[in-house]
Design a protein around this ligand. Sequence first.
Ligand code: ADP
Length: 375
Amino acid sequence: MLQSRILIVEDESIIALDIKTSLLDAGYEVVAIAVSGEDAIAFAAEYEPDLILMDIRLRGAMDGIEAASEIVKLCRAPIIFLTAHADKYTLDRAKLTGPFGYLIKPFEDHNLITTIEIALARAQAEAAVRESLRQQQTFNEVRSRFLAVVSHEFRNPLNSILFSSELLERYGNAIEPDRRDLYFRRIHGAVHRMNQLLDDVLIMGEADAGKLDYKPAAMDLKQFCQELLSEIQPEETPICPVEFTYQIVGMSTSDMHPSLDRKLLNHILGNLLSNAVKYSTPGKPVLFQVRVSEQEILFKIQDQGIGIPEADLALLFSDFHRASNVKAIPGTGLGLSIVKQCVEIHGGTVEVDSIENQGSTFRVKLPIQSIPAYA
Ligand code: ADP
């Protein structure tokens, strides 16, 4: 078990050393001895002790109670007052700082140790309650965001389906063939978006439950990337041209097939590529570079789109986070969180560089075990 770390605040050196010896004998660690209120505050901040034994009368301008009232703002270490003063006035002042114990000097070693043990146990129990409240609050926040995003993201495509199907029903054959095709495309697109959303929600559920399957197998990575691109970029109506390059470096044979999980890789690249297109002005090219070496694969996806404001970068990979500049571009804020989890299962990393209004570059590095093709 870890030794509890204790800060002693006592200006009489003989008493301080006596307490220190008792604490060391009982198996605690003494992080420091402070002789004034000011030192006590500085040491509490520096050492972050598990518990503080605080003499009330101290030399200098500040007494132990004043020091304690400052320390409780800095850290959560329980404080036990040690004092020769049992008068009501001192006790009432001390109570205001929420102490975990009050020992009247002189005291026996066993009283000191018992008071410390009770204070440590109470502090631990309070920390556990705080942590569970924090988790509950986080859970509530995530649930509210989830419901807001999912209902919003379902309502839009459902409205689009309703609107297009009503027009088709009402005007039937009177609609020009081109317009009819447009309405059908809108319906298909909306169904596709809802399917995508359901997929994302299901993957998040699997990831949260620790049930994301990782089944790496040798694959033809180049072909995989080309197939993925043709899904994202229908040839007839490309929104942004994707410039794809595939490079193998430092390997004796060009037909080494890396071992990766196809399904997870599909989530990683599918999300990054569709974001690059979605957040770009139509027509602006997107670069998709793959560089395979013996140790790792580097995927670089670069766009010249709306970019990401600096304030959003740190939160980008959290569930449901969307940057402040997305305006009406649809999305759930789930894709990058899924990317991160799929990358981490491969033991890899994902990074982003971005400047607002200039574009974004996502880099994914995955370590590989190369398996010779046809092995
Ligand atoms: P979304 O469904 O909103 O696109 P993601 O989790 O995929 O969700 O991305 C989270 C947020 O990151 C997006 O809402 C957007 O603000 C920002 N983002 C992701 N990729 C890009 C990109 N290529 N260019 C600009 N912003 C991006």
